[in-house]
Write a protein that binds this ligand. Structure first.
Ligand SMILES: Cc1cc2nc3c(=O)[nH]c(=O)nc-3n(C[C@H](O)[C@H](O)[C@H](O)COP(=O)(O)O)c2cc1C
Length: 177
């Protein structure tokens, strides 16, 4: 796991290779297996394989254009009526999809939707609500853009980890490696 975390990077360029059905299913299973506060699982997911829909979703907000070249998008929805900590729970599910995609030989990138705008008059969430027909009671947290990687990135540098952000026993006491 630590090795995967060292190698993990956000991947925004994808090949045209389709993602196998079994891998899509594993990503869904991973999302549904995520931990959640009080085990309330206040999430829903829209698995998008349709190319025309992926292209529409790529316009959800500025900077999400790479989604149109992805083979798969998973839209992460949260239900505030089920849990007051739906943001934490859906963020964990997003992270699990991101890490699992790497473990399956895929590349992925989180596209932030909550608190982001489509344009001056429409939020990213409202735009997605219209594109996908998401009901009003659900919030849109993020989209995970997924595909076989068409870019390589340097691994994370272990030596550059900022241990100064880590305290031992009391705040301000150095954590010594
Ligand atoms: C909460 C969150 C929101 C993010 N939103 C976006 C986004 O909207 N668009 C994007 O291209 N990358 C997004 N990212 C990816 C980050 O930019 C990326 O993780 C960061 O730059 C570190 O790069 P790395 O993942 O390759 O290590 C997001 C990541 C997180 C955790």
């Amino acid at each position: 796991m630590l090795d995967l975390l060292k190698r993990r990077r956000s991947i925004r360029k994808y090949t045209t290779k389709e993602i196998e059905k079994e891998k899509v299913l594993k990503l869904v299973q991973g999302a549904l297996l995520s931990p959640s506060s009080r085990n309330l699982r206040p999430w829903e997911f829209v698995v998008v394989e349709d190319k025309a829909t992926l292209e529409k979703l790529s316009f959800s907000k500025p900077g999400g254009g790479f989604l149109k070249n992805a083979q798969l998008g998973i839209v992460i929805l949260g239900n505030p009526d089920i849990s007051d900590v739906w943001i934490e729970d859906t963020s964990i599910a997003s992270t699990i999809i991101h890490l699992l995609s790497y473990d399956l030989g895929l590349g992925s990138c989180w596209i932030q939707i909550r608190e982001r705008n489509h344009n001056e008059s429409t939020s990213g969430e409202e735009y997605i609500r219209q594109v996908l027909g998401v009901p009003e009671n659900l919030k849109v947290l993020s989209i995970l853009s997924i595909g076989y990687p068409d870019e390589t990135k340097p691994t994370n540098n272990e030596e550059a980890l900022n241990y100064e952000k880590v305290h031992l026993n009391t705040y301000g006491s150095k954590f010594v490696r």
